[in-house]
Design a protein around this ligand. Sequence first.
Ligand SMILES: C[S@@+](CC[C@H](N)C(=O)[O-])C[C@H]1O[C@@H](n2cnc3c(N)ncnc32)[C@H](O)[C@@H]1O
Length: 179
Amino acid sequence: MNPQIYAPAEDSYLFRDFLKKILSKSGNRDIQYLDMGTGSGILAETVAKFINKDNILAADTNPEAVKIARQKGLKAIKTNLFDKIPKSKKFDIITFNAPYLPRDNREPKESQLATTGGKRGDEISVKFLNQAKSYLKKGGKIFLLISSLTPQDKIQKFRTKIVARKKVFFEELQILEFS
Ligand SMILES: C[S@@+](CC[C@H](N)C(=O)[O-])C[C@H]1O[C@@H](n2cnc3c(N)ncnc32)[C@H](O)[C@@H]1O
């Protein structure tokens, strides 16, 4: 069975509103943007209101997400993190609303791709951070969304600050900035 497309939720809306805030201040339509783990495309579509659509690349390992992004007129690539993204590509902004939860074997396999970051929960985020830096333009920024349920020890080793946060039920969502 195909993995499910992640339906936008509180984490998506926190990220969307954060991107609106920083991009409405920037006014620069020429920046290059990578939406890692694009899912429904909510973040890429938001960014398309502020920058040239041609400068946006939506990436996901779920082929359905890539298909939907292309139907919306976005450039999209099926890739496991940066595996298929040419080394020559450099971005001003890279975002990832990551699968950040520790594995819970009771969760259906079809939704785990969007929610589960690995056994601990931070594995995909750490791998992403290790790779993302070499795709960043000088002065560029990486924004990663995780939760208070995600182990933070390895992520904190990258120089980071919390730029947005929101409490939902039993967790706090956090957008971290790396530059
Ligand atoms: C929490 S969802 C976020 C979706 C959307 N960006 C949003 O904010 O609603 C995480 C997304 O990351 C994708 N994903 C998971 N592992 C990935 C990987 N290794 N490489 C690329 N995308 C991945 C999932 O398929 C899913 O679409």
